[in-house]
Design a protein around this ligand. Structure first.
Ligand SMILES: Cc1cc2nc3c(=O)[nH]c(=O)nc-3n(C[C@H](O)[C@H](O)[C@H](O)COP(=O)(O)OP(=O)(O)OC[C@H]3O[C@@H](n4cnc5c(N)ncnc54)[C@H](O)[C@@H]3O)c2cc1C
Length: 189
């Protein structure tokens, strides 16, 4: 941004929180800079469909710049925020110069937790990003390929057995996708 006419609001994170904060500030007398480590907003609730190959990554990721097209007071920066210096009112970035702010909105989301069992992560990646979804998808599809080579043998079962730890919404949604249901079956009364 070349000049500074209005107070500057910096938003860290272009998830649901950051995007909605920026939308609320569009066309208001403030300059908004929204910073995200990726250039897209991700619709996380459908990550399980990318993980199970029902959708492609592009179906659930929208470029942040496209979302704010026609909103001249919203600027988008792709970078990783590494620190916040509240005394000097700047955010520090991994690739670019510090960005000063008058107001700061911190909306970087959360990370998955293995509840003090970090060793589980290598076998069971979390499901928070497109990268995670694509890792799971690759593992699942390669297992099906292995099973295909072993049809009729006991060993095939090994490649067709998936364990989902966690019966919350994500676990319950992904389970039917693994055996070919395109939608979660409704409970039978
Ligand atoms: C698999 C899954 C299914 C879900 N299903 C549902 C559902 O059905 N219904 C529902 O209501 N909710 C659902 N949720 C939860 C919902 O997606 C989250 O509550 C919501 O995404 C949180 O929004 P947020 O803006 O706080 O964070 P996020 O959406 O996580 O966004 C944070 C953003 O900050 C960026 N960021 C983080 N750190 C930095 C940094 N240091 N520098 C730069 N950028 C950074 C990230 O790249 C990201 O874009 C689901 C979540 C998951 C993972």
């Amino acid at each position: 941004m070349a000049h500074k006419k209005y107070p500057r609001v910096v938003i860290i994170g272009a998830g649901f929180a950051g995007i909605n904060a920026a939308k609320a500030l569009a066309k208001k007398p403030v300059d908004v800079i929204i910073i995200d480590r990726t250039n897209h907003h991700l619709f996380q609730p459908l990550l399980y469909q990318v993980a199970s190959a029902a959708l492609s990554p592009g179906d659930i990721a929208s470029p942040i710049r496209t979302i704010f097209r026609g909103k001249p007071n919203i600027y988008v920066e792709m970078d990783e925020v590494t620190a916040i210096d509240t005394k000097n009112q700047v955010v520090k970035l991994s690739e670019q110069d510090d960005i000063a702010f008058d107001y700061l909105i911190v909306a970087p989301g959360s990370r998955h937790s293995y509840f003090a069992n970090p060793e589980w992560e290598q076998f069971a990646p979390g499901l928070k990003s497109l990268d995670d979804a694509l890792k799971i998808r690759e593992k699942v599809l390669l297992s099906f390929e292995q099973a295909e080579h072993l049809v009729g043998t006991d060993e095939a079962t090994k490649y067709l057995t998936f364990v989902i730890v966690g019966g919350g919404p994500t676990g319950v949604e992904i389970a039917p996708m693994l055996f070919g249901e395109q939608e979660m079956p409704l409970p039978q009364s």
